[in-house]
Design a protein around this ligand. Structure first.
Ligand code: 9MR
Length: 398
């Protein structure tokens, strides 16, 4: 009875302020949201994605990605004063970098850290160079989003990884629903890669020309490209890209190839096959979307095996997620996991750099894709460095 009464009182209190301000953990913005856009005292409106912003407790030092509705005790933070790109370059790497996305550029605090090239010597556009963004209609190219990323990087003296040219996802419907023949799709792929890579000629350190071509069992992914052209789409895209920007490093990028197994073997066989036929291939991107406590122990071995085939490697999309809420133990394990990944890259001369898939939990893709998981990045949602950051520094210092 007492419980019901107190809930009722809370409900009344909530209703009375609902029109003005959202409660802690309540929605406070996003596309289509017509409710309050400010939060009750002690909480801050934080954007999760374009469709959802949430009132998070502003006094908490946690990443704020927990959504249990309970407040969390202070969580440990980074203690290192060293800078991630500075230590990466001191270790002989070309860069330590971060993915980013154009909507984030309006966040001044976010942008200031992203633009600090002692932290990040390289950036990757998370979405704005993809096919749906760059050729939404056949033959009509739009480069404004990608151009903004390149211009930001150049202003900051940062390298750019181009991402990506041919991928099964984020395709405009004219590609996925077209009635293609081998010849017409070959021409479309050639034109897309050639125009995209030419536009950024001289601006890009490395390009993910092919993204995620394999299933986890090492078979080819069934998509419009493979289903229409067989494996020939890989040749077509790589050849077009090489002609468009001879100095850009051409990569194939995938996930679940970071440990030995069928998918890594399939990628190695592809590299050997391309090399034997003189098709240009310079690098393999190991994405590195990991789970805390589950980083493959064979990551260094796999990188060495790729390098032995005559390509460079990079960790291209590193993040290490956990089941929320964050705890001291999970953050400590995450620090160890980040350190192990960086240590492996550091130990392999042909591993040129590491890119995290955005640096802050504020803009991570993880919570919207894996329900109940998050806190995958080295900076929390309040842009505070977590113990994972110390793991990165330690890995480059080994
Ligand atoms: O970070 C990207 C996210 O904003 C997009 O919604 C998503 C759509 O597929 O793509 C994310 O980036 C992916 C990358 O392009 C390829 N590897 C997996 C990444 C995370 O999904």
């Amino acid at each position: 009875m007492i419980h019901i009464t107190s809930s009722f009182v809370s409900l009344l209190a909530f209703v009375s302020i609902a029109a003005a301000q959202s409660a802690v953990w309540g929605q406070c913005g996003g596309i289509g949201w017509t409710g309050p856009t400010t939060c009750v005292a002690g909480s801050t409106c934080v954007e999760s994605n374009a469709y959802y912003s949430q009132c998070l407790p502003s006094t908490s030092t946690s990443s704020g990605t927990g959504s249990t509705g309970t407040s969390t005790a202070a969580l440990p933070t980074s203690t290192s004063t060293a800078k991630s790109n500075t230590v990466a370059q001191a270790a002989g790497k070309k860069y330590f970098g971060s993915a980013t996305d154009n909507p984030e550029f309006t966040d001044a605090a976010y942008l200031a850290i992203l633009s600090d090239n002692t932290y990040f010597g390289q950036i990757t556009p998370g979405n704005s160079m993809k096919w749906d963004a760059t050729e939404p209609e056949q033959g009509t190219f739009t480069f404004s989003g990608g151009d903004a990323v390149v211009s930001l990087a150049q202003g900051n003296s940062q390298l750019v990884r181009g991402h990506n040219c041919v991928w099964y996802n984020q395709l405009p419907s004219w590609v996925t629903s077209g009635s293609w023949t081998n010849a017409t799709l070959t021409a479309a792929v050639q034109n897309h890669c050639s125009t995209l890579v030419s536009h950024y000629k001289g601006d890009i350190y490395s390009w993910d020309i092919i993204n995620e071509p394999f299933n986890d069992d090492g078979t080819w992914r069934s998509d419009v490209f493979y289903n229409t052209m067989g494996t020939y789409f890989v040749d077509v895209a790589l050849i077009a890209a090489r002609a468009a920007d001879p100095n850009a490093k051409l990569y194939i990028n995938d996930y679940n190839i970071e440990g030995t197994g069928a998918k890594a073997t399939a990628m190695m066989n592809l590299v050997s096959n391309l090399k034997s036929r003189g098709i240009p291939i310079d690098g393999i991107g190991l994405q590195g979307h990991f789970i805390v406590g589950e980083v493959p122990t064979t990551i260094q071995t796999v990188m060495e095996q790729f390098v032995a085939l005559g390509v460079e490697v990079a960790i291209t999309e590193l993040d290490i997620r956990m089941t929320l809420p964050e705890t001291d133990a999970l953050l400590e394990q995450q620090k160890t996991d980040y350190q192990n990944v960086i240590t492996a890259c550091n130990a392999v001369a042909g591993c040129v750099g590491v890119t995290i898939w955005d640096y802050t939990d504020k803009y991570s893709w993880v919570p919207s894709t894996f329900s109940g998981q998050g806190a995958a990045c080295p900076w929390d949602a309040n842009l505070i460095k977590k113990p994972a950051y110390d793991g990165i520094i330690a890995g480059f210092s080994a």
